[in-house]
Design a protein around this ligand. Structure first.
Ligand code: ZN
Length: 422
């Protein structure tokens, strides 16, 4: 009897400590913290810029604590009075990618970044943790914030028209995607609306998105630019656009990104969102996607549909590239550390990945032959590396365009859809 009572108390304490009742801690709107991420390949620091009060919170009101631990960074919100973790979310960013470039070995640079979370009712401690080279988190930045402070900015950040592209229900239990447009002029407004519809349909091309369409809302922000197109430094083409997107990021021609996170988040603040997709009015091949940071894709390339889905795999699913690219720095994944992405492994901790999804009859490593064409296995060549890194399937959208996500990527995406829609 005594034993049973003890167990009961223990387990009820456990579930109590993990449960955060949204209304006890948060208002149904967002707090936004803007900061500069500054440093070089060896060191980095965060400097606070400003704090804002934004009208919408697009995320779950149940799943407030991150359960995936994807990304190299983790934003944590601590209730100051009780010292309780009341919100956390993993992410990656452009600064971290830049750190692996040769430029970062000799130059200090500053990148603008933003974190949003539901608006706290009481004083909080805002923290950013970062993984070290061994994959362990350490605290990079910490600041106390009083949500009642008169210095929290309450002005409307931007003045764009917004529109519904797909609406299936209340944002708190849907995945909300904000489509932000770059390089569309006033004369191209009609094209902007047509592209919004076209790209929303692209999302539901593959499993598991197509079976879960009713779990998504897609919002459009009618961002109008002064000039049409985007910056293409390699061709000396420069356009004055609202979100300042550009090709040739880190000297890679097809790497289409934006560093103008302030203007991007100002535009996104006009709708509820979990994810931001920047659609760039260009015919050139390219895109980019960083976990819980942004997705970027050009609108009019013949491969746009597949680039769109591939990049969303990075930004939404936390998926790694499954292809080999010898041109990329071998410092991209630190040696001896299991990558955090769910769809690649260097066998440091394969138990944590898809090992239990491989049939006992499949050899590991798995030969890339017809016999195993539809088998989950352990295929060498992934995460840009030809040797020592493995992927789960011969074909996947994260390896080559137009083939759909592999079963392991599908499963990972599905888990994230479930997280946002609780
Ligand atoms: Zn895959």
């Amino acid at each position: 009897m005594y034993k049973i009572v003890t167990i009961f108390i223990l387990s009820s304490n456990l579930s109590f400590s993990q449960e955060i009742v949204f209304d006890n801690y948060f208002f149904n709107k967002s707090m936004r913290v803007d900061y500069s991420h500054v440093g070089n390949s060896q060191k980095e620091e965060i400097f606070l810029n400003e704090i804002k009060d934004e009208p919408f919170w697009g995320g779950s009101q149940i799943n407030l604590i991150d359960t995936f631990f994807y990304g190299n960074f983790m934003v944590k919100i601590i209730d100051k009075k009780t010292n309780k973790l009341i919100y956390s979310r993993g992410s990656d960013n452009l600064f971290k990618e830049w750190q692996t470039t040769t430029e970062a070995k000799t130059t200090n640079k500053s990148f603008y970044e933003v974190a949003t979370f539901p608006y706290p009712k009481n004083e909080i401690i805002f923290k950013i943790d970062r993984r070290d080279k061994k994959g362990t988190y350490f605290n990079l930045f910490s600041v106390e914030i009083d949500p009642q402070s008169k210095f929290v900015k309450k002005e409307k950040s931007a003045n764009y028209k917004t529109f519904e592209i797909l609406k299936n229900g209340d944002s708190k239990n849907k995945v909300d995607i904000a489509f932000i447009f770059d390089g569309y002029t006033k004369l191209e407004t009609q094209k902007l609306y047509a592209d919004a519809k076209r790209f929303a349909n692209y999302l539901f091309t593959y499993s598991p998105f197509k079976e879960n369409k009713t779990k998504f809302n897609i919002w459009g922000v009618e961002v109008i630019s002064n000039e049409s197109g985007t910056d293409i430094p390699g061709q000396n083409i420069w356009k004055q656009t609202a979100i300042n997107s550009n090709f040739w990021t880190f000297d890679s021609e097809r790497y289409l990104t934006t560093s103008d996170i302030k203007n991007l988040r100002d535009a996104a603040s006009l709708v509820p969102y979990d994810q931001i997709y920047v659609i760039v009015n260009s015919e050139m091949y390219g895109g980019g996607g960083i976990y819980n940071f942004w997705s970027v894709c050009s609108a009019d390339n013949e491969y746009a549909k597949y680039v769109f889905l591939h990049e969303f795999g990075h930004a939404f699913g936390g998926l790694a590239d499954e292809y080999v690219d010898n041109g990329l720095s071998d410092e991209f994944y630190p040696k001896g550390v299991e990558p955090w992405e769910p769809n690649i492994t260097n066998l440091v901790n394969f138990d944590k990945k898809w090992k239990n999804m491989i049939d006992k009859t499949i050899p590991q490593p798995t030969p890339e032959t017809k016999e195993y064409a539809n088998s989950i296995g352990l295929y060498e060549g992934a995460g840009y590396m030809a040797k020592g890194f493995y992927r789960p399937y011969q074909k996947c959208e994260m390896k080559s365009l137009g083939v759909g996500y592999c079963p392991v990527c599908e499963k990972s995406i599905l888990q994230i859809i479930e997280f946002y829609t609780k």
